[in-house]
Write a protein that binds this ligand. Structure first.
Ligand code: FMN
Length: 336
């Protein structure tokens, strides 16, 4: 017997697309979304996604094999489009027969969607505007994530609730669309499903799960934080467009301002071009996030977190988080 009939019915298309029991993705989180969390999410009925981040092809190869050894359920791999070895990373996914590849961090470069589809995987993309979403879906993307500025990590300028109103009425009849950003409870999940979403993606709510390898200091910082502590970074130099990042305020967020000035300086002097300057910024984030997640340096590292962090109170097994989300959604839908 299905304990969550109303929610499952609204998730049917998303679950079928993902091959998971519930259409709940745990969004890739660099350093956090590795074999332990990813396999736990997929074993718990959700859909785990490995964060490739700045990994080399060799490291990704190892991580996929290790994840596969821990779950026989489907999971995905998230690749950052500006990774210099993107083609090789796609090759690694092909060799492992990865079923779902998420392309994040910008518009997919020419040929990348085709290369992924060529080995039979489904391609999931992010789109910041409706026009771009339509273009990407026309040119072969199989599903879309719309992610609002409430989310943790790299963010766009528009809130989840507005993106959902703009995108879902236009796209949900014909396309699989997942909604991300600021979802902490099942009632919100139910709302987006009713609006036409095929499923949802959460990051912050899962980052401190029992199975997450994030350092205890990182987790403690999450448990203490309130929604307003998860601030978006500011761009200090108009010549250097940096994608804002939402993280808990600490010394590290202040240091990012200095880092931007430093990179803007070497951009001005002609030492690096714009592409290299932006890559340096992204390497900075990868390093800073590693310091917080792996080393537990919550002062100087980056504590990327979404505004839903205020709803993360304690370490909980992934299965309990998923069960709570489904039960809250079901109760909300049943009470309509
Ligand atoms: C610590 C952290 C690291 C993240 N790293 C990545 C990443 O490497 N690639 C990516 O596409 N998204 C990344 N994200 C975004 C998540 O995949 C997800 O879309 C987001 O957390 C959803 O919003 P929420 O935090 O409000 O649940 C990260 C988020 C967090 C909190």
């Amino acid at each position: 017997m299905n304990t969550y009939p109303k929610t499952s019915a609204l998730m049917a298309r998303g679950s079928e697309f993902l091959g998971s029991e519930y259409a709940i993705l745990c969004g890739a989180m660099s350093w956090v979304s590795e074999r332990n969390l990813v396999s736990a999410i997929s074993n718990g009925g959700g859909f785990g996604v490995i964060a490739c981040g700045a990994m080399t092809p060799e490291l990704l190869d190892t991580e996929i094999a290790a994840t596969r050894a821990m779950t026989d359920k489907p999971f995905g791999v998230n690749l950052i489009t500006m990774h210099p070895a993107l083609t090789d990373l796609i090759g690694v996914c092909a060799r492992h027969g990865v079923t779902h590849v998420v392309l994040a961090g910008g518009i997919p470069p020419k040929g990348s969607v085709e290369a992924i589809k060529a080995f039979g995987a489904k391609v999931i993309v992010f789109a910041p505007t409706l026009a771009l979403a339509k273009k990407l879906l026309r040119s072969g993307a199989d599903a879309l994530v719309i992610e609002g500025m409430e989310a943790g990590g790299h963010i766009g300028p528009v809130s989840t609730s507005v993106l959902a109103q703009e995108f879902l009425p236009e796209l949900s009849a014909d396309h699989v669309v997942f909604v991300a950003g600021g979802i902490g409870r099942g009632e919100a999940m139910a709302g987006y499903l009713e609006m036409g979403a095929s499923g949802v993606q959460l990051g912050t709510r899962f980052a401190c799960a029992t199975e997450s390898i994030a350092h205890p200091n990182f987790k403690k910082a999450f448990f203490r934080a309130k929604a307003r502590d998860a601030e978006a970074s500011v761009q200090v130099d108009p010549r250097l467009p940096v994608i804002p990042v939402r993280a808990l305020k600490n010394k590290g967020t202040a240091e990012f301002t200095a880092k931007q000035r430093e990179v803007a300086g070497i951009l001005d002097s002609g030492e690096v071009d714009m592409g290299e300057a932006q890559l340096q910024i992204e390497h900075y984030w990868a390093g800073a996030l590693r310091r917080a997640v792996v080393d537990g340096d919550v002062e100087n590292g980056s504590l990327m977190a979404g505004q839903s962090v205020g709803m993360v109170k304690q370490e909980e097994p992934v299965a309990d988080i998923i069960a709570a989300l489904m039960a809250e959604s079901e109760a909300a839908l049943s009470g309509r």
